[in-house]
Design a protein around this ligand. Structure first.
Ligand code: ZN
Length: 83
């Protein structure tokens, strides 16, 4: 039951991040901003969708001003494939 609830929360947060919905809380606004940075600034940071906890854990929660915009963030197919 806990896993299903967490999945629903994750999907809801992801939906809110991609739709023109303004989150109610400041935390929600911040989490949405981080996810949009992940999609539109640099795909190598800000992995957390529903919480920035994983980014704190893995060091991928960065100050957006200190991260360069990735050349491949809008077209992930152009990323070099690691072999
Ligand atoms: Zn997304």
């Amino acid at each position: 039951m806990g896993i299903i609830v967490m999945l629903l929360i994750y999907e809801w947060k992801h939906y809110v991040a991609h739709r023109p919905i303004k989150p109610i809380t400041k935390f929600g606004v911040w989490v949405k901003k981080l996810h949009l940075l992940h999609h539109f600034k640099n795909e190598n940071y800000w992995y957390g969708v529903s919480t920035p906890f994983v980014d704190i854990l893995f060091g991928t929660l960065k100050d957006e001003k200190k991260v360069q915009t990735s050349k491949t963030v809008r077209d992930l197919e152009k990323r070099e494939k690691s072999s």
